[in-house]
Design a protein around this ligand. Sequence first.
Ligand SMILES: [Zn+2]
Length: 194
Amino acid sequence: MIEEGTLVFPGDKVATAEELLPGAGTADVNGTIVGTVMGTFMVNKKNSQAEVTPLTSTPVVLHPGDTVICEVKHVMDKLVLVDVLHVAGKHRHITGDKDAAIPVPDIAKAYVTSAKDKFKIGDMVRATVTQAGANIRLSTAGKNLGVIKSYCTQCRAELEVARDKKAELECPRCGSLEERHIAADYGEGNLDWK
Ligand SMILES: [Zn+2]
């Protein structure tokens, strides 16, 4: 079982069927209890049920320095366009303008030729806000910033950190090796770090 209060995405494992029954916002998939909505994992102790409480729609205003979780929508050579989903540590959705951009110089401390080498559509990314307001700008140049969850471009399985360092990530299903700009804690499950 994962820690209560952890932010989970749909499909994330929260417990085994031996530990808990599936409750609101969760489902039993072949003996694994997984979240079916994005939200906060809780245990209903009375019923021994796993529950995921969806993020509420209370508006959150972004400020420079905030840590956000976002999903990659489009990748160009010089710019990554993302949808900001969540401010780390605040269990709320973002409302209003939530499109944001990561300019290529702000992807990493090292020089990046093309953003296409570092991000793919659908990647979940942890970033910091460098500019708020009408044009939201983000940076992933930091140890715990970058891709925190991503899927194989060949078969869509969730990628894991590669065992040999030929690439950053590898697919446990088809063996595809993939490059991303990953956060230092990729795969550790603590998505709501701040
Ligand atoms: Zn694969």
